[in-house]
Design a binder for this molecule. Structure first.
Ligand SMILES: C[S@@+](CC[C@H](N)C(=O)[O-])C[C@H]1O[C@@H](n2cnc3c(N)ncnc32)[C@H](O)[C@@H]1O
Length: 228
């Protein structure tokens, strides 16, 4: 099935409310477990690109009290939700920024001193007009020794498979969320397409792994380990 792009930003009030209230516990746990398993335990500065309502950031912040987080999203209502849902006690190390990853240019990094140690992104890649922008921002914003973790949906073989996936995982969700989920599946990439993006970005050493029936993940060190 050919990829069908979907709108970039999620700014509709109903759309943001439905997304923030939806049950993403399973994919969020899948993503966070990989981060907690593979990223260094030492204090780390993390950035989450396309953080949405900030659920992943808040979960990781609770698990890693010595890490700090910048969540980035181009949608003001998403960031407003993320800020309101974050406990005041975490505000000194969990910050959210309205910032759009725009085609062909890398925005200034919110962290002023040094690059990030950990780069995160879940379900942003398929939204971008040009997927190269995500890899360019990660390369620019992360420190050379950083680790990155990017998860996204996996495009099904047919529109019928996409509809079946929506029914299997979002049967009880709001109609607007079911529609967005369906459109996201049609806009998602295949593993070989992501591998080609990585190759073009100079990140061919990173793995692309199918991690569920509907998700793929790219993870590993930003800089390839040196060969003897
Ligand atoms: C499907 S949501 C994922 C949210 C979050 N990462 C999660 O896992 O729940 C995608 C998010 O990416 C944001 N987004 C889309 N295009 C963007 C861009 N060009 N720059 C910044 N954020 C963008 C949307 O506004 C939305 O909040």
């Amino acid at each position: 099935m050919q990829r069908i792009p979907e709108p970039e930003m999620m700014t509709g009030a109903e759309q943001v409310r439905a997304y923030a209230q939806a049950d993403f516990e399973e994919p969020n746990a899948l993503f966070s477990a990989r981060v907690l398993d593979q990223a260094p335990v030492a204090p780390a500065a993390c950035v989450d690109l396309g953080c949405g309502p900030g659920d992943i950031v808040r979960g990781l912040a609770a698990a890693r009290p010595r890490w700090s987080f910048d969540g980035i999203d181009g949608s003001p209502p998403m960031i407003e939700h993320a800020r309101q849902a974050t406990p005041a006690a975490a505000a000194h190390r969990v910050r959210f920024h309205v910032m759009r990853i725009a085609a062909g240019s890398v925005p200034p990094r919110p962290r002023r001193i040094g690059g990030y140690d950990v780069g995160l992104s879940n379900s942003l890649l398929h939204h971008l007009r040009d997927p190269a922008d995500l890899w360019a921002v990660l390369k620019d914003w992360l420190s050379p020794r950083a680790h990155l973790f990017v998860m996204d949906l996996l495009r099904p073989d047919t529109p019928e498979d996409a509809a079946a996936t929506v029914n299997a995982y979002a049967a009880d969700e709001a109609e607007v969320l079911r529609r967005d989920f369906h459109n996201s599946l049609l806009a998602a990439y295949r593993p070989e397409e992501v591998a080609a993006q990585l190759d073009a970005a100079g990140l061919a050493h990173l793995r692309v792994e199918q991690v569920s029936d509907r998700h793929l993940m790219v993870w590993g060190p930003l800089t390839p380990p040196s060969t003897p």
